[in-house]
Ligand binder design. Structure first.
Ligand SMILES: C[S@@+](CC[C@H](N)C(=O)[O-])C[C@H]1O[C@@H](n2cnc3c(N)ncnc32)[C@H](O)[C@@H]1O
Length: 443
């Protein structure tokens, strides 16, 4: 399927089949393409992310026009209808004829039978004719475009008002936020550098080294200072999590689930002379990306271990002054950045995450030295992965006490903590939804 619509459809079909993260699937489908015009790539991305974000809403409309249940449709037919309808509703500058003809042409190029191309063509034309009467994207269930189980869960947990607000924000485009690598450049100088290059930006509202970049369309690698390692893309909420390991002393700190190293280097940045960071990351692919990031960002040498935190913990490594467990989680707090997450989770998957999180915290407990700090974090807003994990941990580990997170955060961020002293940011504050608990080991 040669054109941008065809590539978008192919990506969406692969994503549905593979149940893999959308950004990974998209990277694979577009990395090998030789598209002369960069706008073609942008269109593919806009279509793919837009369709996934609004899938529930689009499907509601398609169902109104179809006499067959959507579950009986061929996957390619449904994907073509979603891609076509998305253009009709959301891409204001796209002429109606181009939206329909190019979508149908992509099916023809893929040698789809006449009945299928005819059906998609007819449906899209019918929807275009009745465009003025289609339900708006801000009405009823259409706003939500989230799976029913999740909406029900959030209604029960947060009430209808908050649920609608969170769902609505999840469907908006997230801001580009970076953390300045102050080992290389000061935040003030980085802001000046961006402004000199005509890039609008402002200081973060909550985190001291956070910078919000406005109206920048290109890839982050094209921002000034990328090659020099002046910044790393990181939401302000994630930046605040590392700060909870304060007060920083010149001891050893463990990033127990380092991933690509967003928080690993931040810790190195925060430590005084003589402090050292050790990182654990079992995924080989992520480890390689972590090493690349650390090379780009520079800074002190960081010891990296490729085993799981459970294995690392069982090897009885010497005590750490601070341990961060930024646990694998559902990601329900970052749907705005990864719209596919909502369709790939279930209540059962939350239970699965909780089990892993409890194991990871238990493994971390033994690694913390006396009076050391343990921080548990997720990018989820679901209590099953947050408050419940913490309650179970504290019950089994009475040597740990919860200390109020607000005492370790900048003034502006203190209001993000709840009565129990947990840090809880949500998309409503313009932040990624994070949970973090700070504990100290007494025994
Ligand atoms: C939420 S991500 C970490 C994000 C990272 N801290 C950052 O700020 O970019 C969780 C990471 O935990 C890793 N992980 C999964 N199982 C693990 C285990 N048993 N022990 C340690 N890390 C694990 C995953 O590979 C993933 O990279």
């Amino acid at each position: 399927m040669g054109n941008s619509r065809g590539i978008a459809m192919e990506t969406l079909l692969t994503w549905e089949k593979a149940q893999a993260p959308l950004d990974q699937v998209l990277e694979t489908t577009i990395s090998g393409l030789s598209m002369d015009d960069p706008r073609d790539k942008q269109l593919v991305m806009a279509l793919v992310y837009g369709v996934v974000r609004w899938q529930g809403y689009l499907d509601g409309i398609i169902q109104q026009f179809s006499s067959h249940p959507l579950t009986k449709m061929k996957p390619l037919t449904l994907v073509a209808l979603r891609v076509g309808l998305y253009q009709l509703i959301f891409l204001d500058r796209m002429p109606e004829s181009a939206a329909i003809n190019e979508t149908v042409q992509a099916l023809k190029s893929a040698r789809q039978p006449k009945w299928l191309t005819g059906f998609v063509n007819g449906m899209l034309r019918a929807m275009a004719r009745q465009r003025a009467t289609l339900p708006a994207a801000d009405e009823g269930a259409a706003v939500l475009s989230h799976p029913a189980w999740l909406v029900q869960r959030w209604y029960d947990l947060f009430g209808p008002e908050r649920t609608r607000r969170i769902c609505w924000i999840n469907n908006t485009l997230p801001p580009l936020v970076v953390r300045v690598n102050t080992l290389r450049i000061s935040t003030d100088d980085f802001i000046i550098l961006l402004q000199e290059n005509g890039i609008g930006c402002e200081r973060g509202l909550f985190a001291q080294d956070g910078v919000r970049i406005n109206d920048f369309q290109g890839p982050v690698t094209a921002l000034p200072g990328y090659g020099e390692g002046f910044f790393v893309v990181q939401d302000e909420a994630a930046q605040l999590v590392s700060q909870l390991l304060a007060p920083f002393v010149s001891g050893r700190y463990l990033d127990g689930c380092a991933g690509l190293g967003g928080k690993t280097l931040h810790l190195a940045q925060l430590l005084p002379e003589g402090g050292r960071v050790v990182a654990v990351e079992p995924s080989r692919k992520r480890q390689a990306m972590l090493k690349d990031n650390l090379r780009r960002l520079g800074g002190p040498e960081i010891e990296i271990h490729g085993e799981t935190l459970q294995v690392f913990g069982a090897q009885r490594h010497a005590g750490f002054a601070g341990v961060l467990v930024d646990a694998p989680c559902s990601g329900l707090g970052v749907i705005r950045r990864q719209p596919d997450i909502r369709w790939q989770r279930s209540l059962a998957s939350l239970q699965g995450y909780q089990e892993r999180q409890r194991e990871l915290l238990a493994a971390a407990a033994g690694l913390v030295e006396k009076r050391g700090v343990l921080v548990y974090a997720t990018c989820s807003i679901d209590p099953m992965e947050n408050d419940e994990v913490l309650a179970a941990f504290i019950k089994e580990h009475s040597e740990f006490v919860i200390t109020p997170a607000q005492e370790y955060l900048p003034e502006a961020a203190r209001s993000l903590c709840d009565g129990q002293g947990f840090f809880k940011s949500t998309p409503e504050q313009g932040l990624d939804g994070f949970f973090a608990a700070r504990m100290v080991k007494n025994g």
